[in-house]
Each structure stands twice: as C-alpha cells, then as structure tokens.
Design a protein around this ligand. Structure first.
Ligand code: AMP
Length: 510
C-alpha cells in the first residue's frame, strides 16, 4: 500500500514525503482510511509503530475544511504526559507544514496565560494533558462542544497515572457527534471497559501482540546481589555494575537508564556525571522548561545517557536510543515493555539490560509472563535478528561457561530471595556513607559484578580463546582507585574511557 492510496490531500502527502516516509506502517494503512470514513478506532499499538501519524494525518485531512472559533477547538488529543503532548504537537508541525491549521497545547508546567492566548485565537487542534485541560475548562476558558475528533492516546498509561476519572469527565463534556480514537499499548480490562463506553462500533486494529517486545531488541538480565544489608549496598552494586556495563558496550549512541524512584534518578545521574560520563536526568519533579531542554539535548545527541523515571518511558520518540538500562526492574510489567521499547525503534537494533536483585523475583516473573518468554541472562542473550550473524551465535555458545558462572550465582540468589523482605533496599540517607566506605563491600561488588558477566560479543572479540576459570582460581578484578566512594573521584576506566561517553554538556540545573 502507498500513502497515495489512503485518501489524504496533496499538502499532507507532500509533507509525509518530505518527512522521508516511503510507505505507510501497518497501523497507518489500517487506521487512516477508517478514520477518514468517520468510524471509531480502537488501536492496540506500541509506540514506534507510527501510531501518531495514524491519527494526526486523517485528523488533519478532516479538519482541512472549516475554521476554529475562539476557545472552541475542533479536535482534541489527550496525552498522559507533557512530553508526549509536546511530541504530538511537533508531529502536527511536521505534517501540517503545507496546511493552515492552528494548534494549541495545554500542558502543566508552562505558562497558562500564553496557552490561553493561543486558544482564544481559535485552535483547530487542542493537544492536552487531562489535568490542565480540566483546569482551563473549569475556569471558563474553553468550550468543547465543537470537538469533532477525539483521540485518547496511551490509554493504559492514563490508567496507571490515575487519569481515567479526568478522562471520563472530559468525554462527558463533548458532543456525542464525534469520531473517537483510543490507542493503548496494552489492553487491560479497565481500558476495554472505557472503550465500550466511549467508542461506537470501533474498528479494532492490533499491529503487534499486546505487550510484545520488538524483535529488534536484544534483551539481557543481570542478576546482582547486595554484599551486605547495609543501606544503599544494593544500589551501590548496581551503580558499579552500570558503569562497568556501559564501559563494556562497543558503542552507545544514546542510552536511557531507568530508575523507579526520582531520588534514585538523582543519585545515579550524579554518580555517572562524577565519573566523567555525558549524562543528564529527567523526572517529574523537575521544572517543565528544564525537562524540555534536557530532552532536546538528548534528542540532539548532545548528551549520551539520560537517567530517568518512567515519565520518559512512554511514547517518547528518540530514534537513536541504542541502549536501555533498567537500573531498577519495573514493578509494573507493562512498564518493562514501554521502557525497552525506547530502543530498537524503526527497525534499528537495540539492547536492553535489566538488573535484578533476589528480592525482585516477583517482578521478573510478572514481566516474563507478560512478554511470554524468559529474559536471557547476560551471556545467553542472542543478538537481535537485525544484527545476528552466525559467528556471534557461535560465540554465545562458546561462552556458556560465563553463563554457568552466572547460573551458580542465580542459585544462591534464589535461595536468598525467599528469606528476604521485598524491596528492602534503602536509598541514600544516613547509612549510605558507611556502606560505601566498607572495603569488604567494595570487594564483593567487584567480584560479583565485574568478573562474572560481560557481553558475549564484546568478550568474544577481545578474548576469543578464553577458557572457563573456576571461581576459586580467579584473580580479583582490580579495584577502582577510589575505594571509598563510587560517586566521587577518578573514573574506573582511567585513560581508557570510550570516546563516545566522554562528551560533556552543560545542562541547566533543575
Ligand atoms: P510513533 O509510533 O508515532 O511514535 O512513530 C515512531 C517513529 O516512526 C517516528 O519517528 C515517526 O517519525 C516514524 N514514522 C511514522 N510513520 C512512518 C512511516 N510511514 N515510515 C517511516 N517512519 C515513520
């Protein structure tokens, strides 16, 4: 199928052509003609499938005739986060460059006054987060009775973020004479209920299995264990392993490091930065202008590693992300799919590493159940198809000794898991200094995390002849120069830091 077969006008076709799209993606091919006929759509699609254009393009075609009145938008797109809303607005600029459509963005964290000015001039398209939209409505600045097309994007994310009551309220304010499109990466029961309520005889379009992971992503699991019960011991092990893992990568174009808590985002970011890496951070407590600025720098590749909370996980379209590191395993299985979906986009290959501690076993089981397969241990992971070659698979087999070593460690972990309280780790705080200054802790960390696990293909290139060495005969890995504190002092790579990691960028402080 070609874009010219879809029923879009010449201005849109020209813009799409200039965006470099040769043919519609499956969701575009299926959704665009249906929306143009005025039928509702229930789309089960991950980001990275081209779903944004699947609703923006037909919407722009429908809005091509007619004009918006002041404060009365003709279409509405609801997004769960400000970043996604801003991204959809960018899409409108790209596809609408030859059309005279106006758009307004209503998102928290930016000046409402400026947003209202745009709305007052009349907006064909209103892109909003639910909270700010209701706020503006309740202040009497908005009438939604003219909305002809409604898009509820990332519905499962709305659900996770507790926005469903707001969304229900917003929909109750719209005229029933409208086309409604609802997109969600996963289809939990609550979203199905919402779809039954809001959509009339929708065309159901599923472009990939719900919650499936793209096969362009090589996934690997790294089992770690805290060397002691000291506060922060677990997080420190992870920080050490994160840095060594980053150093082991052949090339990182852009990487996301996901933490479950905002304060861990800060700690990990500072740790990477202090070790001379090109890093930035992104989480919901930062002011909006800094969030946008940080994201922009990351997208422009001025900063290599973005440490973030799940706010960055959904839908962000950064096609160059080559690596995702789950510093903390996500506690919601769906978040795993979204997080790792930031890499391996548009047919590129990507890598996703997930740290797992014994107490995380429950979350790992939920993730593996959701994606329908086990995540291979590092060393067992076979390269994603786009990059697979026989030699690498052979190397993976030849390196089974490394996996065995990891399996041993796994056995111990599993035993520990039943005895330990769930997610008992402590982050930062008073006990932290003590944990980081314990020599024994450092030694354990290095043995556990540096000696045992390295990516298969990298090792194969460096040391093809390596034989299995029993644990008892292994030499301890060299300790970093700064034994006392992983976050302060010289880089563990000394002069050998890979060039792609050492770009330094000034970012505004949040
Ligand atoms: P989305 O799933 O909407 O986040 O889109 C993911 C990426 O695919 C974005 O970078 C889009 O610019 C790109 N994209 C969308 N449609 C097409 C297409 N038909 N051909 C190639 N790339 C596309």
């Amino acid at each position: 199928m070609k874009f010219t077969d879809l029923g879009l006008n010449d201005e849109l076709l020209r813009a799409v052509h200039e965006a470099g799209y040769e043919e519609p993606t499956p969701i575009q091919a299926q959704a665009i003609p249906v929306v143009l006929m005025g039928r509702d759509v229930l789309g089960c699609a991950q980001t990275g499938t081209g779903k944004t254009a699947s609703f923006t393009l037909p919407m722009m075609e429908i809005l091509a005739s007619g004009r918006a009145k002041s404060r009365m938008p003709r279409s509405l797109i609801l997004e769960p986060t400000r970043e996604l809303a801003a991204q959809v607005a960018d899409n409108f600029d790209t596809y609408g460059k030859y059309q005279k459509l106006t758009k307004a963005l209503l998102i928290g964290g930016s000046s409402m006054e400026e947003q209202l000015k745009v709305l007052n001039r009349g907006a064909d398209v209103l892109i909003a987060t639910p909270g700010r939209l209701l706020d503006v409505f309740e202040r009497g600045h908005l009438l939604m009775t003219d909305v002809k097309v409604l898009v509820i994007d990332e519905a499962d994310r709305m659900l996770d973020m507790g926005f469903i009551p707001d969304v229900e309220k917003i929909v109750s304010l719209l005229s029933p004479m409208r086309t409604t499109l609802l997109f969600s990466a996963t289809m939990p029961k609550e979203i199905k209920r919402l779809a039954d309520k809001f959509l009339t005889n929708p065309k159901e379009i599923t472009v990939s299995k719900p919650a499936s992971t793209a096969d362009t992503i090589t996934q690997a699991l790294i089992k770690l264990r805290a060397p002691s019960k000291a506060p922060d011991a677990a997080q420190k092990v992870k920080r050490d392993r994160l840095r060594s893992l980053i150093a082991e990568q052949e090339e990182i174009s852009n990487a996301l490091v996901f933490c479950n808590l905002k304060r861990d985002v800060d700690v990990v970011y500072r740790s990477l930065e202090k070790h001379g890496l090109s890093a930035a951070r992104l989480h919901g407590d930062m002011v909006q202008s800094v969030r946008m600025d940080t994201l922009e720098k990351f997208k422009k590749n001025e900063v290599t590693i973005l440490v973030c909370s799940d706010v960055a996980a959904r839908g962000l379209d950064i096609s160059t992300v080559s690596h995702v590191f789950n510093f903390d395993i996500p506690t919601h299985a769906e978040d795993y799919v979204h997080r790792i979906g930031r890499t391996g986009r548009a047919g590129r290959s990507g890598r996703a590493f997930t740290f797992v501690m014994p107490e995380d076993r429950k979350y790992l089981e939920q993730i593996e159940k959701l994606i329908g397969k086990p995540i291979p241990l590092l060393g067992e992971a076979v390269e994603a198809p786009a990059k697979t070659d026989d030699a690498k698979v052979e190397n993976a087999k030849a390196d089974a000794d490394t996996s065995n070593t990891l399996a041993e460690a796994k056995g111990t972990d599993d035993k520990d898991a039943s005895d330990k309280p769930k997610r008992s780790r402590s982050r930062g705080g008073r006990g932290r200094k003590k944990a980081e200054t314990t020599t024994e802790d450092n030694a354990n960390t290095i043995n556990d995390t540096q000696a045992d696990a390295q990516p298969v293909e990298k090792k194969a290139k460096q040391k093809p002849e390596r034989k299995s060495v029993p644990k008892s005969e292994r030499k301890p890995s060299p300790k970093p120069k700064n034994n006392d504190n992983d976050d302060i002092g010289a880089s563990p790579w000394g002069d050998n830091m890979p060039a792609f990691l050492s770009r330094s960028v000034e970012l505004p402080k949040s």
